[in-house]
Design a protein around this ligand. Structure first.
Ligand code: ZN
Length: 292
């Protein structure tokens, strides 16, 4: 018997084929197309997010041009019986959220209070994912009930679209008409020039529009701006904190359950911070400008 040697399989590697110049160009075009698609989608998503969300964020904190010393906006007169005050806000819950304590204090002192709300709050808390028509009805009703609770003499809705407010001529003219009708000595509005670093765009725009209307009409003596990063007067609202909390609960569609608790804590934090400036438990800091 003879032993046969097993055949040895010899594998010869395929010679490496280098891509031709045409193939190289094709590959390069493919890579460029992918990068364009990837970065384009990324930019689109970032831009879309910034467009859809309602907040404006200042990368650098806005500092007032000069340090603003504390200033008394004729408070004795402000709290006198019959003093006319016009509140200009962006959304149906803003007045109770930001100055509910001050409004209660003014109401109990006998001031005559009026309000203008620039939008109907049709986007609500969840932006585009809610029924705008239903929001308008519900939020108008809540705002009416809240205004009744702090004895507003009148409440006017300008019905501009929520989230897209601009201080254009139309908005300024409509606020001006209310100023001419009410003839307030004081206007309470958002601070559009020195807001906190992150705040709702509509708040800033409503503040800008109210300031333009106040300057145009020459009716009010004082502009008093809330949600400000540069307060120059602080109102003591320690005795009205519980009233402010009650006012918040009127906006049932916006503040409920754990969200209501979160909002209360947020407002309490801000009120305690402002109160500390004047040695009070709770305060509301405003930036006041004398108009005439
Ligand atoms: Zn608001």
């Amino acid at each position: 018997m003879s032993l046969e040697e097993e055949p040895i399989e010899i594998v010869i590697p395929e010679p490496r084929v280098l891509p031709t110049p045409e193939e190289k160009a094709k590959l390069r075009r493919k890579r460029i197309r992918f990068r364009l698609w990837f970065y384009g989608t990324l930019v689109f998503l970032i831009y879309g997010f910034l467009w859809i969300q309602p907040y404006e964020i200042d990368m650098v904190k806005r500092q007032p041009p000069v340090a603003t010393p504390m200033l008394d906006p004729d408070t004795k007169h402000l709290f006198a019986k019959g003093t006319k005050v016009l509140v200009v806000t962006a959304h149906p819950d803003d007045s109770e959220f930001f100055i509910g304590g001050l409004l209660t204090k003014l109401s109990r002192s006998g001031a005559e209070l009026h309000q203008v709300i620039c939008t109907d709050g049709d986007k609500g808390y969840y932006l585009f994912f809610t029924d705008a028509a239903k929001n308008r009805v519900v939020r108008r009703e809540e705002a009416n009930n809240a205004a009744r609770a702090w004895n507003a003499r009148s409440l006017k809705f300008l019905a501009f679209p929520d989230r897209f407010l601009h201080p254009n001529q139309d908005v300024v003219d409509k606020i001006s008409q209310e100023i001419e009708r009410v003839k307030p000595e004081y206007i309470l509005c958002f601070d559009g020039a020195y807001p906190p670093r992150a705040s709702h765009q509509d708040h800033r725009r409503a503040g800008d529009a109210a300031k333009l209307a106040a300057e145009k009409t020459h009716v009010a003596k004082w502009l008093m701006m809330f949600q400000t990063g540069a307060p120059n007067y602080v109102f003591d609202i320690s005795d009205y904190w519980e009233d402010q909390k009650k006012l918040l609960t009127i906006h049932k569609s916006q503040f409920f359950g754990s969200h209501l608790t979160g909002v209360e804590n947020m407002i309490a934090y801000s009120a305690e911070k402002d109160g500390a400036l004047i040695g009070a438990d709770m305060g509301e800091g405003l930036r006041c400008i004398k108009l005439k």
